[in-house]
Design a protein around this ligand. Structure first.
Ligand code: NAD
Ligand code: GLY
Length: 362
């Protein structure tokens, strides 16, 4: 089992990564509290809820569960209220612990509810998607969606610990595995050229569920995310580079309508566009740009811009992104492979002509 520490100024916690993790032993190692509420969804519950709930009960804990509907469309105030209602019905006090058993949707809602219930109770992340293991369960960003914007209501609230068991990835749909790889490739490009080189050789093995590869990939991504979050927990500076590919990607998600392309896939396409922008700016060579496209294709991530989307569509959507500051769209670009920076001098015309040229070449 791998263990990675997220060290913040006033608080630290561990991410445990492995196969067949002993959840209960790890939970007992991290808390002596008695009352637990496991929050999960209708897809994950039949697969993994009983094992967790029964073993915690066998360890003498008072355990209840709440099964939410599955999907991003349920990352709402209603789901948040369902958690609050259950906690109140159970008369749980400030010493209870919430457990998020699921992907990023369950992790984000549960973390947000934990940050608010009686002004904050403990919670544990048990991520069950690759995306949640390498990204959303680590770093304490929690949120629900508002009809006017995704993740617009939330908090920074760190978990007690993160328990990532690679075994659960076997039941995950391949498209979801691919979406997770979008975030994995991102870490190599923005922070670690050696990891990028490792991915070029090994990424295929993820589709074979090769345990050594999965373990290493998740461990390295968590180490990189832990480093960034420790340096800038509340995203005042460095943490913004984790949004590489996200600005273009969110524009695609919004344009197509949520649910048409998974978030991680849209990030893959967003990274392809950002990399082409870097090539136009002579930050990356043509060879490097081609190599990155090759890796994205090996990861089965999309690289072609939807024909229905123009350069101006991108600008319109990106202007509504919450990362726009003082009217300026902030793009994460690569200084070179493994090093990212924020550019504030990219003009709308530059983006529009890039999109047009990419579309005509595809
Ligand atoms: P998800 O939570 O919707 O899970 C994807 C699908 O896989 C769901 O249908 C789910 O029920 C199913 N599933 C999950 N684990 C499974 C398993 N082991 N076996 C079978 N099916 C399983 O999607 P996601 O990609 O994990 O997360 C996306 C969410 O994460 C978005 O809401 C996004 O905003 C959020 N996010 C948050 C952060 C953060 O820092 N907090 C970072 C990135 C993304
Ligand atoms: N997923 C981006 C972040 O955690 O900051």
């Amino acid at each position: 089992m791998e263990q990675i520490k997220v060290e913040l100024k006033n608080y630290s916690y561990n991410i445990h990564i492995g196969k067949n993790l002993d959840y209960v032993a790890l939970i007992l190692q991290n808390t002596d509290k008695k009352d637990f509420l496991i929050v999960t969804n209708e897809t994950i519950a039949p697969l993994y809820l009983d094992r967790l709930q029964n073993s915690l009960k066998a360890a003498g804990k008072h355990v209840n569960s709440l099964i939410l509907n599955d999907g991003e469309q349920y990352k709402t105030m209603d789901s948040y209220m369902a958690i609050m209602t259950r906690l109140l019905e159970l008369s749980y006090g400030r010493d209870c612990v919430l457990i998020a058993l699921g992907g990023g949707v369950i992790g984000d809602i549960t973390g947000f509810a934990a940050s608010c219930y009686q002004r904050g109770v403990a919670y544990i992340q048990i991520p069950t998607t690759l995306l949640a293991m390498v990204d959303s369960s680590v770093g304490g960003k929690t949120a629900i969606n508002h009809p006017l914007g995704k993740n617009m209501i939330g908090s920074f609230y760190q978990p007690l610990c993160v328990l990532a068991d690679i075994d659960v990835l076997k039941t995950l749909a391949v498209q979801e595995l691919i979406a997770g790889l979008g975030e994995v490739v991102k870490y190599g490009l923005i922070l670690d050229k050696d990891f990028y080189e490792y991915l070029k050789i090994n990424i295929q093995k993820v589709f074979e569920y090769n345990e050594t590869t999965l373990n290493y990939i998740i461990k390295r991504c968590c180490e990189l995310k832990a480093y960034v979050v420790a340096a800038d927990e509340k995203e005042n500076s460095l943490r913004a580079i984790l949004n590489f590919g996200h600005t273009f990607g969110h524009a695609v998600e919004t344009h197509l309508g949520y649910g048409k392309m998974l978030h991680g896939q849209a990030v893959g396409l967003g990274m392809a566009i950002a990399v082409s922008l870097c090539k136009n700016r002579k930050l990356l060579s043509k060879q490097e740009c081609d190599d990155i496209y090759q890796l994205l294709k090996q990861a089965k991530l999309p690289t072609d811009i939807p024909q229905s989307m123009s350069g101006s569509d991108f600008i319109t959507h990106m202007r509504h992104d919450k990362k726009v500051k003082a009217g300026v769209i902030r793009y994460v670009l690569l200084e070179r492979i493994g090093t990212a920076f924020i550019a504030q001098d990219v003009s709308d015309d530059e983006v529009i002509s890039l999109i047009d040229s990419l579309k005509s070449n595809s």
